[in-house]
Design a protein around this ligand. Structure first.
Ligand SMILES: [Mg+2]
Length: 350
């Protein structure tokens, strides 16, 4: 098969601040594989969690390095390709781009959307949450108003873990609730709290009806998470603490759910394994994203009927997404009826 890699820069309409910093734009990778006259598309977006930062350059170099070996394979040889990528220790975001492209190719070859190939039920898809980054109370209110104008918001994800402390978190959360009394709320602290902060915050959040809290403590503090789970009235989800299916059995002691992202898992193949592993361990499942465009979010949306919560909103905050795929209707992100991922070039580029 032939493999091409193109870089594209996407700019956020509203820069996003989390406990670790602010992002206004990213340069992502568009991976195209072709064979038998069919083209499969995948995406990698840079992120910085875990053992080493997966920068655009790191991802690009790793893909370019493996291309000569990959070219000898056929897109249907996904098992052999996965072994090859694992052996070469290719970063997970690079694997995600390649694995997604192989799935897109397969769906197009079969002339079926991926959700249909897996026999999934689109009526089982839960609402997609949209994100309010760390901000002043007034800034957060303005962001809420913008989302409410943009779409039918059923669920808001509020980023806490403000470096100014949990008082600032409480003020921002109160402002969000005041501006949006109806949508469900959940909180992502991105590891920005101490155990004491988290214990206090979980009771406060439960009081105002927050559904669950994501990554209250930093990655690496899973032992303290066990203690938090014992006292917390809220379900706890892990994100930064959980990359692949092998992390999950151990985490079932510390958490009630896991956040699955393509860039961490290394693609749809491993995302599916993670879903089944989480269920076998009695955990709930959510899907999330980094600075992904419509390619990666539409790819994960293909599995959306299997998730309890969906946080696939990064592409909705881009002013120049080159792609369009899953549609947003009635507060839900719905994969379409086109074969494969169902992703096309957007009007912006076409
Ligand atoms: Mg998160």
């Amino acid at each position: 098969m032939q493999i091409d890699v193109e870089l594209f820069t996407v700019n956020k309409r509203f820069p996003l601040t989390i406990s670790r910093g602010t992002t206004a734009k990213t340069t992502n990778l568009w991976v195209k594989i072709s064979e038998d006259g069919i083209e499969g598309w995948g995406e990698a977006s840079p992120f910085n969690v875990g053992n080493y930062p997966q920068s655009t350059q790191v991802i690009q170099e790793s893909i370019l390095q493996i291309i000569p070996n990959l070219q000898k394979k056929h897109p249907s040889q996904r098992q052999e390709i996965e072994l090859m990528l694992n052996k070469a220790q290719i970063p997970s975001a690079a694997k995600a781009a390649l694995d997604t492209a192989l799935h897109d190719w397969m769906g197009k070859r079969a002339k079926l959307p991926l959700w249909q190939m897996w026999g999934l039920d689109r009526s089982n898809i839960k609402p997609v949450s949209v994100t309010i980054g760390i901000n002043s109370p007034e800034g957060a209110k303005a962001r809420v108003r913008d989302w409410l104008q943009f779409m039918d918001v059923k669920m808001l994800k509020v980023k806490l873990g403000n470096p100014d402390g949990i008082d600032a978190d409480r003020k921002m959360l109160d402002a969000v609730r005041e501006e949006a009394p109806t949508p469900d709320l959940y909180v992502d602290a991105n590891g920005g709290w101490s155990l004491e902060d988290a214990q206090e915050m979980c009771f406060i959040l439960a009081d105002i009806g927050v559904k669950y809290v994501e990554q209250p403590l930093p990655r690496g503090q899973e032992q303290s998470l066990i203690e938090l789970k014992k006292s917390s009235p809220l379900p706890i989800f892990v994100d930064e603490s959980c990359f692949t299916s092998t992390d999950i059995p151990y985490l079932s002691e510390c958490a009630d759910g896991v956040n699955i992202k393509l860039m961490k898992s290394g693609g749809l193949t491993e995302a599916m394994r993670m879903i089944h592993t989480a269920r076998a361990c009695g955990l709930q499942v959510m899907f999330g994203c980094y600075s992904d465009s419509a390619i990666a979010n539409t790819a994960l949306a293909q599995l959306a009927p299997l998730a309890d919560y969906l946080d696939l909103d990064s592409h909705l905050n881009l002013i120049d997404d080159p792609f369009r795929g899953a549609s947003v209707e009635g507060g839900k992100i719905l994969p379409n009826n086109l074969p494969g991922l169902g992703v096309q070039l957007s009007a912006f580029t076409a």
